[in-house]
Design a protein around this ligand. Structure first.
Ligand code: 4NP
Length: 159
């Protein structure tokens, strides 16, 4: 069986995208479809390469039962061939990804996480960078990711 491969992308790959990876992994586990999916994350900036997620992100995520153990890595050209869906957290991430895509088919794999936000849709159509924010910023990211990942997974499973 061919797996559906999802790559979550943010800037540093130490806050939003590894959290999205953890949230989506738990959702596919809970819905009993984990064998159908490969889930990974990466950053458009390589400065945090090899690092575990930011301690603040790990702390907030762990309170909700997520153990984030991904090691940061930059997005590569090969990712555009390997993955089926490439999910950008904000407009800046999307623009960088569009520049990296080599073909229209690769560019068509890029989607916005914000397009899947349902409950908080009135307030957010992207996942804001929490790096320079306080605790509320990290909680907001997790609220948005739990909301959007659930909707994204439902839409993938319907196809
Ligand atoms: P992320 O957050 O893109 O959600 O991983 C950031 C991490 C690092 C930096 C900015 C945002 N930074 O400037 O190093």
């Amino acid at each position: 069986m061919k797996k559906i491969k999802i790559l979550f992308v943010c800037l540093g790959n130490i806050c939003r995208s590894p959290a999205a990876q953890g949230v989506m992994q738990r959702l596919v586990d809970e819905r009993g479809v984990s064998e159908k999916f490969e889930i990974d994350s990466a950053g458009t900036y390589s400065g945090h390469r090899g690092q575990l997620p930011d301690p603040r992100m790990r702390r907030h995520a762990s309170r909700r039962g997520y153990d984030l153990t991904h090691h940061a890595r930059p997005v590569t050209i090969d990712d555009f061939e390997h993955f089926d869906i490439i999910v950008a957290m904000d407009e800046s991430n999307r623009r960088t990804l569009c520049h990296l895509a080599s073909t229209p088919e690769q560019e068509a794999k890029i989607v916005m996480m914000g397009d899947y936000i349902v409950k908080l849709r009135a307030h957010y159509d992207y996942v804001p960078d929490p790096y320079y924010e306080g605790a509320e910023g990290f909680e907001l990211v997790l609220d948005l990711l739990e909301d959007a990942c659930s909707c994204l997974l439902t839409s993938i499973l319907k196809k």
